[in-house]
Design a protein around this ligand. Structure first.
Ligand code: SF4
Length: 326
């Protein structure tokens, strides 16, 4: 099912091998800012949404190549949607730990942590990054547009319970959309909700990539910095911002030799397409991830895919993003 992508350079995690549990979007939210697009049919229940055996077989295949495995700093479980909705999540996480012997990160929207079974399954991970975009019901409904029956009070209670049960690193992500969840009342409510939790760091984000809804706008950097300073001071926690420095690179520093160039480029282009299947990226993002000798070289490399309508370019926030053509 082609669930593995990377390793790609993650700003936060280093060379990250992604395991994408769903290729079609399966989610209980319909966030304004979603990079995957709108959630057409939201799902509220955990179920067997993917072929677990196919995922495990792909992981085994990757791990049988020890030189590829050696390139990986961390394995990150994610999904085009919410990975904890897959009922075999625990089985997959345990398998990854046993076969890769690498640190394991799980990205989640945090909405299922009220379920003790989900919390128990996540205990094996080394890093969990749940999201909480708002602690006010009104803003939560506006920004995350949850499926009916999903309540913010339950989500916060689940997150709080997990923060105390879990022994690994808990990195909470908050994404701010201008005019939606960035008021004084929103910040105060978030601080009050997070105070009783055991969190290691907070990652602030805003709409830096093309969102599901064109009216979802980024909070400008000065305002985002002020919000971050306020949260940092109130909770005495490290706070990260988008556009932070210096990811490591996946590919070696040296340039590919002239003779190996064509073969290398083919592999790189394939890896770029796999990454773009998960999220839109600028030429600079792609260059940072794959170390292609500058955004101009990326543009040249991807030009044939634009011409063949495999990729398209979308403008957002004054930047040009490559994405899979619709
Ligand atoms: S951003 Fe994440 S949680 Fe929100 S709709 Fe997209 S996949 Fe679901």
């Amino acid at each position: 099912m082609n669930c593995i992508f990377g390793p790609v350079n993650s700003r936060r995690l280093g060379r990250s091998l992604g395991i994408d549990l769903f290729l079609d979007k399966i989610c209980n939210l319909n966030c304004l800012y979603c990079e995957v697009g709108r959630t057409i049919t939201p799902v509220g229940r955990r179920d067997y949404y993917s072929d677990t055996n196919a995922i495990l077989a792909e992981i085994d295949r990757f791990c049988s190549d020890t030189s590829r495995l050696a390139e990986v700093d961390v394995v990150t479980v994610t999904a085009s949607g919410e990975p904890t909705l897959h009922k075999d999540l625990g089985k997959i996480l345990r398998h990854i730990k046993a076969t890769t012997n690498k640190p394991l990160a799980v990205l989640t929207n945090g909405t299922t942590l009220h379920d003790p079974q989900v919390r128990a399954e996540l205990l094996v991970a080394d890093i969990v990054t749940p999201s909480l975009d708002s602690a006010r019901e009104e803003s939560f409904r506006k920004i995350d547009r949850p499926i009916q029956g999903l309540h913010l009070s339950e989500i916060i209670a689940g997150l709080q319970a997990f923060s105390h049960e879990y022994q690994g690193k808990l990195w909470l992500e908050i994404l701010f959309v201008q005019g939606i969840n960035d008021t004084d009342a929103d910040i105060e409510a978030l601080i009050a909700a997070l105070r009783p939790m055991r969190i290691d760091r907070i990652q602030l984000n805003t709409v830096v990539r093309p969102p599901a809804e064109s009216f979802a706008h980024a909070v400008p950097s000065p305002e985002l910095s002020a919000i971050g300073a306020r949260i940092q001071e109130a909770l005495s926690l490290p706070v990260d911002f988008p556009h932070e420095p210096a990811p490591k690179t996946v590919f070696p520093e040296q340039s590919p030799s002239a003779t190996s160039c064509a073969a290398d480029e083919e592999g790189i282009v394939q890896a770029i397409v796999e990454m773009l299947q998960r999220r839109p990226c600028t030429a600079a993002d792609i260059d940072r991830t794959f170390h292609i000798q500058g955004p101009e070289k990326v543009e040249r490399l991807l030009e044939p895919l634009i011409r063949s309508h495999t990729l398209q370019i979308q403008e957002h926030g004054g930047q040009r993003f490559y994405q899979i053509a619709s």
